[in-house]
Write a protein that binds this ligand. Sequence first.
Ligand SMILES: [Fe+2]
Ligand SMILES: [Fe+2]
Length: 134
Amino acid sequence: MDEQHISLFHTYNDFCAAYEEGKPREVTVPLLQALLKDTREHFVCEEGLLNSNGFPGASNHSKVHRDLLTLMEEYIGRFSCGEIGSEFDLLDFLRWWLTNHIAHEDQDYSEWLSKQASNNKRPLPVLPRNSRGD
Ligand SMILES: [Fe+2]
Ligand SMILES: [Fe+2]
């Protein structure tokens, strides 16, 4: 999951760089579409992980993902048709969701999963002592 998070930040940074350099929408919009596609795929992976491990907050987390995707689609749609572009609504939104969701909400399941892993850790098998006692 962490590699996917890093990759999302990379795509976001590529978009920011292109946007700040004043690149046309033909350049910036595909970057946003890539970010949206990678985000969708990341959410599918993450939800699979949470469901298969029985994370208690899995359905809430999926709802947060759905809401984020809806907002992303809306912002990206508005940016693509030129409705937003000179102000930083979109950058602020993307930065907010990437940092807030990954640093806080994803952290909850991450901590839970590590706790589960350490609870399930079986003690190392004890080797039988030498039957002759030496
Ligand atoms: Fe995530
Ligand atoms: Fe998430």
